[in-house]
Design a protein around this ligand. Structure first.
Ligand code: ADE
Length: 263
C-alpha cells in the first residue's frame, strides 16, 4: 500500500459542463497528480440539481435585457448538498485578477490545513446576485476579457495551484527558477540540437561554466521583463544597482526610467 501524501489538495468544481473539467484534469501533470492522490478534483453537475424535467439552470433577467442568468436554486442546492472545501470562488470577469501570488496563497492555505478550495463556473450573462452575496466567498477573473463561461478560467486556476503543491512537480527547483518566482519572467530555454536551421544556441549555455550560465540567465530574465512586462519591474521595486550593472555588461543599452531603478 502506498503511504498517503503529506498534504493533498481537494478542489470541488460546480459547472454545467462537468465532462469538460474532468476530462482536462485527467491529462498531463494534473492527471498524474490525481493518480498519485496529491489532488482530488470532484466535479458537480449543476444540471443535476435542476427542478424541472428540462433540467433548466438559467432564466431571463428580471428587468429585461439580453441573455440568460444562472438560477440561484440549482447552485445553492449543489453546494449545500456536498459541503465543499472553502473558499468557494466564483469565476467571472468582475472578480479579483488571478495571478501567481493568488495561486501561491491557495496552494499554501491548502498545504497548511484548509484542505483546498472550490470553484463555481459562471455562464451566460451572469449568475443571480444572491449567489454572490450569500454563497460564495469571492470572485476571481483570469484576465480583462470576457469568456462565454468560467470553465476555461477554472482550469487555469486548478492547474496553476496544483503544480505548486509539494510533490506535484518532479523537480522543485523549477518552481524556484520559473517566471514570476522573483518578480521576473523566465530566461529563454534551449534544447537539442545546438544548431537548428542555422540558428545556434548561445555559446555560454554549451560552455559548462555554471557561474557564467547563471549570470547570463539572470541578465536575460531581467532584459526580457524590461521589454515585455516593465510593470513587473516596477512592482518588485525596480532593479538593484547590481542588476543594472549586470544587464549593462550583457549589452542592454536601453533607457531605464527612475521607477525601474530601485532605491
Ligand atoms: N468568465 C467569463 N469571463 C471570465 C474571466 N475573464 N475570468 C474568469 N471567468 C470568466
Amino acid at each position: 500500500m502506498t503511504a498517503a501524501p503529506e498534504s493533498s489538495l481537494q478542489i470541488d468544481v460546480f459547472s454545467i459542463f462537468p465532462e469538460a473539467i474532468d476530462g482536462f484534469c485527467s491529462y498531463g501533470l494534473l492527471g498524474k497528480a490525481r493518480e498519485a492522490g496529491l489532488v482530488t478534483v470532484r466535479v458537480h453537475d449543476l444540471r443535476s440539481q435542476a427542478g424541472d424535467p428540462r433540467r433548466s439552470v438559467d432564466d431571463a433577467p428580471f428587468g429585461g435585457g439580453a441573455g440568460m442568468v444562472l438560477l440561484p436554486g440549482p447552485i445553492f442546492d449543489a453546494v449545500e448538498s456536498c459541503s465543499p472545501p472553502r473558499p468557494l470562488l466564483l469565476l467571472g470577469p468582475a472578480g479579483r485578477l488571478f495571478n501567481q501570488e493568488m495561486a501561491r496563497e491557495l496552494a499554501e492555505q491548502a498545504a497548511s490545513g484548509s484542505g483546498g478550495f472550490s470553484l463555481l463556473c459562471g455562464r451566460y450573462e451572469g449568475v443571480d446576485q444572491r449567489v454572490v452575496d450569500h454563497l460564495v466567498d469571492g470572485e476571481v477573473s483570469i484576465g480583462d476579457y470576457v469568456l462565454a463561461g468560467g470553465e476555461a478560467a477554472a482550469l487555469a486556476v486548478i492547474e496553476a495551484v496544483t503544480r505548486l503543491m509539494p510533490g506535484v512537480m518532479g523537480n522543485d527547483a523549477s518552481l524556484v527558477e520559473e517566471s514570476f518566482a522573483d518578480g521576473l519572467l523566465e530566461y529563454p530555454q534551449y534544447t537539442r540540437p545546438s544548431v537548428f536551421r542555422g540558428w545556434a544556441v548561445p555559446d555560454v549555455l554549451l560552455s559548462g561554466d555554471h557561474g557564467k550560465v547563471a549570470c547570463w540567465r539572470r541578465a536575460q530574465a531581467i532584459m526580457r521583463t524590461i521589454e515585455v512586462r516593465p510593470d513587473l519591474i516596477e512592482a518588485r521595486g525596480g532593479l538593484s544597482p547590481d542588476e543594472v550593472r549586470l544587464i549593462r555588461q550583457y549589452g542592454y543599452a536601453g533607457d531605464l526610467p527612475p521607477q525601474m531603478q530601485g532605491p
